[in-house]
Design a protein around this ligand. Structure first.
Ligand code: ZN
Length: 77
């Protein structure tokens, strides 16, 4: 069993367990926006598919993503 907190969140820099890592790859299961759009948006924030985040920070990005997506949808229509 792993007891070392050797994973680090890229955003808040907190240490946590490896098995609790979240990455933006989980956003590919979102219905909207499509994953390609998600990757592009997060790339502008300096985030790649290989960055590790804690649960709290991945939720923040998830919300930012939803906000940005609904904003740009309004602009297109
Ligand atoms: Zn974090």
């Amino acid at each position: 069993m792993q007891t070392n907190k050797n994973a680090e969140c890229k955003k808040c820099l907190n240490k946590f367990y490896q098995k609790e890592i979240y990455t933006i790859q989980q956003f590919q299961y979102k219905e909207q926006p499509e994953y390609k759009w998600t990757l592009n948006f997060l790339k502008k924030l300096g985030i790649t598919e290989w960055d590790s985040f804690c649960e709290k920070c991945i939720m923040i990005y998830s919300k930012e993503l939803d906000n940005a997506w609904s904003n740009q949808k309004d602009q297109v229509i």
